[in-house]
Design a protein around this ligand. Structure first.
Ligand SMILES: NC(=O)C1=CN([C@@H]2O[C@H](COP(=O)(O)OP(=O)(O)OC[C@H]3O[C@@H](n4cnc5c(N)ncnc54)[C@H](OP(=O)(O)O)[C@@H]3O)[C@@H](O)[C@H]2O)C=CC1
Ligand SMILES: [Mg+2]
Length: 292
């Protein structure tokens, strides 16, 4: 059942522009894969755009009462609490990023609410970090990087933007409202379609390319027999399982920029946390299956 007509009816009843539904942001989905969106009704907002909804009248209409989220956390289950805190954080971020800091022009939200774009300067604003292009950013975005193993092999992947022949562990930006564990499981599922069994924190690193990230590195394992991958070609150019011997040999290879060999793959430089993660696995392949 779609709640959109009901929401439109409510907004219209309270004299609001039903276009405001377009300000909704995606906060999750049900087990049946129905998307859940959140909309700021603006009841506490000082902005003239949103301030006109009447709280008391709305409570009568909805047969409920609005309450402070911190108080509500005593009553909510974990799932609902996570949805509401995600909604609050994401809606607050959108409210604070209505205008481009370079052009001063209004920014435009994408449908899901995962970013805002300035049509004038073309700058993309993400909730995790101010921008992905040219404006130097002093804020760090948390990024998870995961080396998945099936017990004997490890999973390496490459993006088309990587230097030719380089393979690395799976990486991805944490979404607002996510825990580290949730981000790791989602990124691995999104990029290669695998469900993780165990997860073990390894180390972290500041990474300044292209903008500041806090890289949080983990080892992970899949259930035996559940190793079939589905490469998400929108995000990756290729991914595959590599044997212990293949990876150990690649680790010993010299600088690929000075020694290009056809058909061989190579790994990120020693200073990258991806390299450390891969080295750790080569030295102790059981590290991904040990209890955390
Ligand atoms: N130190 C190391 O060893 C390694 C570091 N890395 C780093 O990890 C980072 C993340 O890996 P990557 O696979 O690219 O991430 P993702 O898998 O999350 O994919 C990148 C996409 O996520 C979206 N996105 C969400 N938030 C942001 C944000 N704050 N900034 C930019 N894009 C965002 C963008 O898509 P859209 O615009 O469509 O929403 C982007 O194209 C990279 O910056 C890379 O430099 C990666 C591997 C090794
Ligand atoms: Mg990625």
């Amino acid at each position: 059942m779609s709640l959109r007509p009901e929401l439109e009816r409510l907004l219209a009843k309270f004299g609001q522009d039903t276009q405001r539904i377009e300000d909704s942001v995606l906060i999750g989905c049900s087990k049946q894969h129905e998307a859940w969106f959140a909309l700021d009704l603006g009841l506490n907002s000082s902005s003239s755009l949103n301030a006109s909804l009447q709280k008391a009248e709305m409570e009568i209409e909805l047969k409920g009462s609005f309450t402070d989220l911190r108080k509500a956390l005593f009553q909510l289950n974990t799932k609902d609490a996570s949805l509401l805190t995600t909604a609050q954080a994401l809606l607050r971020w959108h409210d604070a990023h209505q205008f481009c800091s370079r052009s001063g022009q209004p920014t435009k939200k994408n449908v899901a609410g995962s970013k805002r774009v300035c049509p004038s300067s073309k700058i993309i604003y993400y909730p995790q970090a101010p921008t992905r292009i040219s404006i130097p950013s002093s804020q760090m975005a948390p990024v998870v990087i995961t080396l998945v193993s099936d017990g004997t092999r490890c999973l390496l992947a490459r993006q088309s933007s990587f230097p030719k022949g380089m393979y690395s562990a799976l990486a991805g930006f944490c979404d607002i409202g996510e825990s580290l564990e949730e981000a790791v499981r989602r990124e691995v599922a999104e990029e290669v379609g695998l469900e993780l069994e165990r997860l073990k924190y390894s180390a972290s690193q500041h990474w300044s390319f292209p903008n500041s990230s806090l890289m949080i590195a983990c080892h992970a394992s899949v259930k035996p027999g559940q190793t079939e991958i589905q490469v998400n070609l929108k995000e990756l150019e290729a991914a595959g399982w590599f044997s212990h011997d293949e990876v150990a040999t690649a680790l010993r290879r010299n600088n690929p920029y000075t020694q290009q060999q056809n058909g061989t793959f190579w790994l990120p430089p020693k200073l990258a946390i991806a390299h450390q993660l891969i080295k750790e696995w080569v030295e102790k392949p059981s590290c991904s299956t040990l209890p955390a």
